[in-house]
Structures are given as C-alpha cells and as structure tokens.
Design a protein around this ligand. Structure first.
Ligand code: ZN
Length: 470
C-alpha cells in the first residue's frame, strides 16, 4: 500500500490524499488551495500531476469546507465519474458551497474579459474558470450519503466508517479498513477536528483503540485557544460599550459554522441575562442558507443547543433574528444608526455585503466592529485588527473611527491540548503517524508535542507530492 500527499502538506489548504492498495485507488478529500497569489496555479496543477484522475475508484470527503471539497468539480471536469461519499449534512452544505465557488470562478473570468475589452486589448491569456457551475452540479450528482457510525463498502476490499469530528456540521474523521493484502490494515484520517465544549455541535467522537496509519491535522498544533468564559466576557464588554455610545455592532463572520456559533453564543448570553434583549440582522445569503441547514439537522446538535432553540421559540421577544435576503433590505440597514447587531460575510472582510456595512459604520466612533475569526495577512480584516486608521473600500478611502474589538477564543479547529487529548484515545501508538494540514511551524511543534507528551516513535510530516510506501 502507498499514500500520496497532494495537498495540505506543509500548509492548511488543498487537502487531498491518494491511497493506493493492491486492488483500490481512492482519494480522501479534494480541496482547493486558498490564499496567496500562487493559489490559482496550484489549483490548476493539483489534479494533473502524480496520478490520473480517471483511475480513481472512489472519493471520501471528510467535510464540506472548500479547502477540503473545492476541487471536486475540477475532478469531474478532468474525467472522474465515480462515487463521492460524504455525510448527509455535508452534502446539504455542498449543494450551496460548490455552485457558489463555481460562480465566483466564472465571475472572475468574466470580470477579466470585460476589463480587457474596455482597454481594447485581446482576450489571449485570460484564464478560463477553474470550473463552471455546470461542472459543480455534475460533481453534486456523484455524491452518496454515508451516515455516522455505519460501515460502507465502496469496494469489496475496503470498509469505511464516518465518525463525528465536531468541526463543522457534518464533519467527520474516517476509519478505513483495507483487506486483501495479508492482514487487514486500519487507516484513520482525522479530517479537521473541532474544539470540545463549544456551542452548536457535539464534541468529536473518541478515536478507536488502534490504527496502523494515522493522518492528523495540525492547524493549531502549536496553540492554545482562550477559554469560553473569557471569550464570553470579551463579547459582553464589546456589547456594553456599544450600547453606552448608541452605535451599531458589526460582526464580520464566516458564513458556515462561525455565524451559527455566534448566534447561539449571543442567545445564550441573553438567556443568562448577561446581555439585554437583542435585534440581530444576519446579512449574508450563504450564512442564511447554512443556518437553515444547521437547524434542519437537529440530530447533529448538542443538548445545550437544542435546549437553547426551545428557549428561543418560547421567548421570541428576547432575541429577534432577521435573515436579510435581498439587496434592497441589505441597503436599508445603512439607515439603522444605533443598537443594531449586524452579522455579515465574508469573514475576513474581503468580499460580500460586509464591505457595505464597514463603509457605513467604520467612520462612526460610536460603533464597534467585533472581529471573531482568523484574519489572514493582506486582508481588510487584518488591516483593521492591526490598527489601520484609514482603509480602502470599493476604491474609496474610509476613516476608521469605530472601536475594533478582537475576540480570540472562537475557532472551529482543536488547539494543541485538544488534539493531544483526542490522540490519547489510541491505546497504543499507530504504526505510522502523518502530520498534515498545518503550516510548517505548527506541524513541527505538534510533532514535538506528540513525541514529548505521548512518546510516539514514528511521526512524519509529509511534503507536497510525496509518496510513502507502507
Ligand atoms: Zn474545515
């Protein structure tokens, strides 16, 4: 058997692992590379080197995030026609996320063509979209649902079981048993793992007792997250200060996962009487869709969240949530000058309706911008966190007079202690452990932590494109 590492090796995006056995070839995840000017080139090359996509028998998908699923339409474009297994909730999210991703690709090409035509230059060299909406729809048609805890057989020699990873709705870690080559071998793929004791989702399921091969993510393999009580204090403080100055509170948020988490934290704080009754506007079509999908999968939510949903239904006056659908209603929010809570995407303030809300509210000293997620270098969100006094939005300078508050404790990824805690579920060290999905410093300090705290001997950080024979 051999493994090929074709993404999320030495970085956090582009997750894609090829598994080859004597009788089967399959991929675990097929993610898009994101961030940085070289991402596009990497996405174009991703499925074209190292293996022929038409020889793949099946694909397993750990969860719906684009950095794990975003190249599925490209896989189809290159000729793949086999099944793609994912949990039912992941499939529901993909139905929204993949066509949206394709739409962004098509718009980018259209914009470049228009730009060239305006300048009277030729179309030569304008990159075609990575894939089209039609190709995204073809990828959706290949999805096959696989529920948590049920073993499926994509082929006679391969058993697969999806387990809850507690990261986003429908997220999974995978237990794969390969037979037909001497004794059966067990492979565990962590996918992305969530923090414990966080709102909305259940905690990650514990690992099985043993494995021959383990792939573990390491996004925050070198970090400890702030505790939930500290995070709640920071949020309450931001609300109190904004209420005192009669401004608006604007929260840039990732549409899938983070928006739902913030809504439930706010509702819980109102229930605990730490916040007074609220009116919240969720202004992002994608966040609204993701929230509806989350509520439709109540079987995946933790007990406290179900309890909170019942409380909200019984006390609708305590927290009014308005899901803003059309652009006119979104624009009308510009006229709301005080006491509004506006949650909008994108999470790093680079695109989407959040930019309009920032343009309106940043120049007003009575308002607060609550930053509740990771802000990559070079993004508008990062410039705000770094204390910029003047930013550029839609080509116009905008003064920053609003307070910028950063909440540090919300993360969809497990921190080092949580990752190590999950690994303690193995009764003995896996035969071979691969650390993936982390930047170099995070992966290497996590490898050190595994060595120091668990004493595991065989831990390897693979390189992009590397094959390892087992
Ligand atoms: Zn993820």
């Amino acid at each position: 058997m051999r493994l090929g590492f074709f993404g999320a090796a030495g970085e956090v995006t582009g997750s894609c692992t090829l598994v080859e056995t004597g009788s089967a070839r399959f991929l675990v995840d097929c993610g898009m590379f994101q961030g940085g000017p070289e991402a596009r080139t990497k996405n174009l090359r991703a499925l074209g080197f190292g293996f022929d996509v038409r020889t793949i028998d099946f694909v397993l998908l750990t969860h719906a995030h684009i950095d794990h699923s975003g190249l599925l339409p490209r896989l189809v474009m290159l000729g793949y026609r086999g099944p793609i297994y994912a949990t039912p909730a992941s499939i529901d999210l993909l139905k929204v996320l993949l066509p949206d991703s394709a739409h962004i690709q098509e718009k980018e090409t259209e914009w470049q063509l228009r730009h060239r035509h305006r300048r009277g230059t030729s179309d030569r060299g304008v990159p075609a979209p990575l894939y089209t909406v039609a190709q995204a729809l073809s990828a959706l048609a290949l999805l096959k649902p696989s529920a948590y805890g049920k073993t499926i057989n994509p082929m006679d020699t391969v058993d697969v079981c999806f387990h809850d990873a507690g990261h986003i709705l429908g997220s999974s870690w995978l237990e794969v048993t390969v037979r037909g080559e001497g004794r059966p071998r067990k492979l565990v793929f962590s996918g992305d793992l969530g923090m414990r004791d966080r709102p909305v989702l259940r905690d990650a399921e514990k690992v099985i007792a043993e494995a021959d091969v383990l792939l573990i993510e390491s996004t925050y393999g070198n970090r400890q997250h702030r505790s939930m009580p500290e995070t709640e204090d920071e949020i309450v403080d931001a609300f109190d200060r904004t209420r005192a100055t009669h401004g608006n509170l604007v929260i840039p948020s990732f549409a899938v996962g983070r928006t739902q988490e913030i809504l439930f934290i706010l509702a819980d704080l109102v229930r605990k009487k730490r916040l007074s009754p609220l009116k919240v506007y969720v202004d992002s079509p994608m966040a609204n869709a993701a929230t509806q999908i989350t509520l439709a999968h109540s079987e995946l939510l933790d007990a406290q969240t179900l309890d909170l949903i019942d409380w909200l239904k019984a006390h609708p006056e305590k927290m009014k949530i308005e899901y803003v659908a059309d652009v006119e209603a979104s624009r009308a929010l510009n006229d709301v000058r005080s006491n509004a809570v506006i949650i909008s995407a994108s999470g790093m303030c680079e695109a989407g309706r959040i930019k309009y809300h920032l343009r309106e509210n940043l120049p007003r000293s009575e308002c607060t911008i609550l930053i509740a997620g990771f802000q990559a270098a070079g993004t508008l969100g990062r410039r705000l966190v770094d204390g910029a006094r003047l930013v550029n939005i839609f080509g116009q300078p905008v003064r920053v007079r609003a307070r910028i508050c950063t909440v540090g404790g919300l993360s969809a990824h497990a921190d080092q202690a949580t990752l190590i805690g999950w690994l303690r579920g193995f009764h003995k060290p896996p035969g071979k452990t691969f650390i993936v999905h982390g930047e170099a410093t995070a992966s290497s300090s996590f490898a050190q932590a595994i060595h120091d705290q668990l004493g595991w001997p065989d831990v390897h950080i693979p390189r992009l494109g590397e094959y390892v024979t087992l």
